[in-house]
Design a protein around this ligand. Structure first.
Ligand SMILES: Nc1nc2c(ncn2[C@@H]2O[C@H](COP(=O)(O)OP(=O)(O)OP(=O)(O)O)[C@@H](O)[C@H]2O)c(=O)[nH]1
Ligand SMILES: [Zn+2]
Length: 207
């Protein structure tokens, strides 16, 4: 078995976050926001808050380059369905800047090569580290994985809990949104498509 690390010539991924933020400036702005919200940023309990919030933003925003993905040769494998599920990540809804929890399931057809399993989680985490909408997030993961395997035979299902819909606005705590992005044989082969959706439904964590 040989191992290769591939940083794919993946499809162009728009809206990459800037590599690193000015945390001092962000902290200043958070201090100003506290003032505008009627708070005293000098009061006990708030003095470190701007710094903490700035550190959190810095931690949240994913680095600009997507993670390298390791693949291993498995020459006898042909057309095996591989599905990785139960990947839970937090992102921020770009309309309200409020968290959304995304439960990700990703599948592909292994053909002579397998992708390192943890890399699915790294890719899922990478695209969550920015202001997002669920549909774009789902597509970005699928397109990135297709670039890694060099074929379109990829399907990604995401189940999202949007706090902007649960804790504010329409306030529907139980609402969940499911998005599916499928390519290649996951589109042309209904049996495969059904297999993926069945496995994805079985792997889904209740949130
Ligand atoms: N399609 C999609 N919509 C989203 C996502 N996250 C949040 N939204 C929606 O973005 C919309 C923004 O609607 P607006 O009418 O501009 O904002 P709003 O007045 O705060 O809307 P309400 O949430 O209905 O109070 C809302 O319907 C949200 O539910 C997402 O990932 N995908
Ligand atoms: Zn929102």
């Amino acid at each position: 078995m040989t191992s290769t690390t591939v940083t794919p010539a993946a499809p162009a991924v728009p809206r990459q976050p800037a590599p690193g933020i000015n945390t001092g400036r962000v902290a200043d702005l958070i201090g100003q926001l506290l003032v505008e919200l009627g708070e005293d940023p000098r009061r006990e309990g708030l003095t470190e808050t701007p710094k903490r919030v700035a550190a959190w933003w810095s931690d949240f925003l994913a680095p600009a380059s997507a993670p390298a993905v390791t693949s291993f040769t498995e020459s006898h494998l042909a057309g095996q369905l591989v599905v990785v599920g139960g990947m839970s990540v937090w992102s921020l809804c770009e309309h309200h800047m409020i968290p959304m929890n995304l439960q990700v399931t990703a599948g592909y057809l292994a053909e002579g090569e397998v992708v390192g399993l943890s890399k699915f989680g790294r890719v899922a985490r990478h695209f969550a580290g920015r202001l997002q909408v669920q549909e774009r997030y789902t597509r970005e993961i699928a397109e990135h994985l297709a670039g890694v395997i060099g074929r379109e035979d990829v399907a990604v299902a995401v189940r999202g809990l949007h706090l902007c819909m649960s804790m504010r606005g329409v306030r529907m705590e139980e609402a969940r949104t499911t998005t599916v992005h499928a390519g290649g044989r996951f589109v042309t082969d209904p049996v495969l498509s059904q297999q993926f959706l069945t496995v994805a439904a079985g792997q889904r964590r209740v949130c």
